[in-house]
Design a protein around this ligand. Structure first.
Ligand code: MLC
Length: 508
């Protein structure tokens, strides 16, 4: 049964149960499963009245709120494609996502209208934009009340149809829209349900952004699929998170290492009793060993580390019962095949040897939106996804990651490809050359450092370069440190030797 069908069934079976409780200083709201279904139905009616068709790309650039969730579910129920966007994207990136996806309907935050309007002005006449006031409950409700009711329950039946598109950056070229089908979502949710023992009486505390796979699919869809309750916070704040975990007797929590570190370092951590909890997971970035142990000592819980990516959802996970091995991302989830191959020959490697991790299974995405070449390059001829991550398999089946074949930085659980930042820097007239590297950072995992060779005779400050990047890139991609050098170390082919830069500059 596809995820959305199961969710509709959950709504019928548990009408009075709380599906989502949104906690907000001004507009907290509790939504039962029957209210959720009613709202999604009304939203379908509204989208139909706007002419949304199956296959259309509907971009959602809204803050984390219930309106976002109704829209996201309704778009997918209609057979259209939900395209969640980070509200932090600057105009250049936003323009690319809307144009590349051929967005037919763009639902934007009215509070960001002055920022978004110049981008919208350049969009083709065939695409509509509607500004919503997601912070005013009556705004969306009034639109829904005015819309005709949807005639049919509207449930997608084709597992191969794209439900969700999320953009991922790449080592070269522009970001790519990963097409995730209804079948992909369902396969992954079934696997996680089984592996993590999701239960109807689970209460998930949700603090992550909902425009990424982690917060949207693993956490939110996971809880809805299980008919569990989600307590939704608009953003992560450490003390509030700990207080809410206790006060609402939450049983499940999912986060990235930066968040777990802020929790153990929170002044109220030592006084917290989280003994009622059953599952705390960590992902999107490597969980450092020291944090694994500190978390255990502070809260008496062993974090369950798992491994996934936008293109696949979750692949590997430490077990719910059994050994959660420090430094390991665990075993393949049910229905997932994982192997380690030689990075060049792609021959299977014996246990213990480091090679590229490849993944196969019904949860693996369909391909990159309108990029058949990049899609073909992502897979081996026999259908294994090349993850670009390096790792090894231990003889008892546990996998350990050992770095990346690709030039990638992970900061606070978010992926940043250095060429994107280098391209933005190259646009500045004072920059002759640049190299962007990730340096280890206790809070963020890695910190973005830009090494700049200025144009001869030109002076420029680090602050000016950061401001320039801020105009072109989402905030988390802006280098935190900018260093100036006379020359970059290059090999005989002229390629910048980043390993050498990391070695000499990361300590500074
Ligand atoms: C925020 N900032 C970041 C950042 N997040 N900088 C680098 N990396 C990040 N991840 C910037 C802010 O814009 C701000 O910039 C400054 O850092 C300080 O902000 P803050 O208030 O301390 O940050 P906060 O808003 O609390 O956010 C930190 C965070 C957030 C850790 C809560 O980054 C987060 O929610 N991360 C989770 C990301 C995630 O969901 N990843 C999943 C991807 S899916 P300035 O300039 O204004 O000071 C995936 C697949 C999988 O990877 O397997 O899960």
């Amino acid at each position: 049964m596809l995820f959305l069908t199961r969710l509709t069934q959950n709504c019928a079976l548990h009408p009075h149960k709380t599906a989502i409780e949104f906690i907000h200083p001004q507009r907290s709201q509790v939504v039962s499963y029957s209210q959720l279904e009613a709202r999604v139905q009304q939203t379908i009616g509204w989208l139909l009245s706007l002419g949304v068709q199956p296959g259309d790309r509907v971009a959602l650039q809204l803050p984390k709120c219930l309106t976002f969730i109704y829209l996201h579910l309704a778009v997918m129920r209609l057979g259209a494609i939900s395209l969640p966007l980070n509200p932090d994207y600057p105009q250049r990136e936003l323009a690319y996502f809307l144009t590349d996806s051929g967005t037919t309907l763009f639902l934007a935050d009215a509070a960001a209208q002055s920022h978004v309007a110049p981008v919208v002005a350049e969009m083709p006449a065939s695409s509509q934009t509607i500004y919503l006031h997601p912070t005013r409950d009556d705004d969306f409700a009034a639109r829904l009340d005015a819309a005709p009711a949807a005639v049919l329950p509207r449930l997608p039946a084709d597992p191969h149809q794209t439900a969700l598109m999320i953009y991922t950056s790449g080592t070269t070229g522009q970001p790519k829209g990963a097409e995730i089908t209804h079948g992909n979502l369902t396969a992954n949710l079934n696997a996680l349900h089984q592996a993590w023992g999701w239960r109807e009486d689970d209460v998930l505390l949700h603090v992550l952004p909902i425009f990424h796979v982690h917060g949207l699919v693993v956490a939110l869809h996971g809880a809805l699929h299980a008919a569990a309750t989600t307590i939704l916070l608009p953003r992560f704040v450490a003390a509030q998170t700990l207080e809410t975990l206790m006060q609402r007797r939450c049983t499940v929590f999912m986060a990235v290492p930066t968040i777990h570190r802020r929790l153990v370092e929170c002044p109220t951590a030592a006084a917290c009793d989280l003994s009622h909890m059953r599952l705390l997971t960590s992902g999107s970035d490597r969980l450092p060993d020291d944090l694994f142990y500190r978390f255990q000592q502070t809260f008496g819980h062993t974090l369950l580390e798992r491994y996934g990516m936008t293109e696949t959802g979750m692949n590997l996970s430490n077990p719910l019962t059994g050994e959660r091995r420090v430094g390991s991302v665990g075993l393949p989830l049910p229905g997932v095949e994982a192997r380690i191959v030689h990075p060049e020959t792609e021959e299977l490697l014996p246990d213990g040897q480091v090679g590229e991790l490849q993944i196969r299974g019904p949860h693996v995405f369909k391909g990159y939106w309108q990029m058949p070449g990049k899609t073909a390059a992502a897979f081996t001829p026999d259908g294994w996804l090349r993850t670009g991550d390096l790792g090894l398999r231990q003889p008892d089946g546990y996998f350990t990651l050992k770095g990346r074949a690709k030039d990638l930085i992970i900061t606070g659980g978010l992926n940043v490809y250095p060429p994107e930042v280098e391209l933005a820097l190259a646009d500045h007239p004072a920059v002759a050359a640049s190299a962007v590297i990730g340096c280890p950072d206790p809070e963020w995992g890695e910190r973005i450092v830009a090494v700049i060779v200025p144009q001869p005779g030109v002076t420029v400050t680090a602050a000016a370069l950061r401001e320039h990047c801020r105009q072109q890139l989402a905030n988390y991609k802006v280098p935190r440190t900018i260093l100036f050098v006379n020359d970059l170390p290059r090999n005989a082919l002229g390629k910048v030797q980043k390993a050498q830069l990391r070695q000499t500059l990361c300590q500074k």
